[in-house]
Design a protein around this ligand. Sequence first.
Ligand SMILES: [Zn+2]
Length: 268
Amino acid sequence: MVGKKTILMISVMLLAAALLAACATVPITGRKQLSLIPDSQMNSMSFQQYDQVIAESQLSTDPEATAMIKRVGSRIQGAVEQYFRENGISQHLEGYVWEFNLIESDQVNAWCMPGGKVAFYTGILPVCQDDTGVAVVMGHEIAHAIAEHGGERMSHQMALQMGGLALSEAVKTKPDETQALFMTAFSIGAQFGAMLPFSRKHESEADHMGLIFMAMAGFDPREAPKFWQRMSAGGGGAPPEFMSTHPSDETRIRELNERMPEALGYYQ
Ligand SMILES: [Zn+2]
C-alpha cells in the first residue's frame, strides 16, 4: 500500500529530476538556467525569423558602415569561439550560422537572435561612434544569445503554461505552441526583431559576458561604461528602442566598473 504522501513525494522528486535534467549552465557566469527547448529547435525558428526580417528590411547601402559591423562582429565571434574552445564547450556553438547585417533605420537598436544572427540599425551608430562602441553593443547582444536568455524565458513560460512532468515532451509534441512562445519571447510580429525587455539579471549577465568578449577581441573594455553614458545622455525626447529594453542606469554603470579588473585581464 502506497500512501498519498509517498506518491506526492515521488512526484516532487520526479519533477525535480526532470527540471535538473533540463538545466543548462551559462558560460563565464556559471549560472544554472532552465533549458527546455533544444538548441536545434531554437536555431531553426530563429533562422526563419531572421531571414524574414532581413528580406523585409532595407539594408544599409553605406559600404564603410556595413563593413564595420561585419568586421567587429567577426572579431567578437572569434573571441566567443576562442572562449568556448578553451573551456571545452565548443559543442554549444554547433549549429551557429553567424551573420551580421546593418539595417537602414532611425531606430536606435541592435539585437542578436539565437544561433548568431545579428542585426544593427543605422540609428545606433552615432551613439557607438566607432569600432569600439560597436563592440560594446555587439558583445552585449551576442552575450544574450550565447547565454540563451530567450530560450530561458521561453522555458519559464512553457513550464508555467504546460507544467507537469512531460515538459520536454511538450516541446516535441506541441510545435505550434513552441513557435508561439518564440514569437512572444522575441516580440516578433508587429515590430520586427524588437526584443522584450530582458530582466535585470539577464542584462547584468550580458554586460558581464559582453565585457569579457570585447576585451578578448582586443577592444578596450573601459569604453563600455562610456558608451552607456552616451546612450543615457542621448535620450532627449521619446526613449529609443534600445533604451527601453536596455535601461542605462547607475546600476549598470557601477556593475560594469566592478567587472573591469576581470575584463582588463583578458585585454591585451
Ligand atoms: Zn541587453
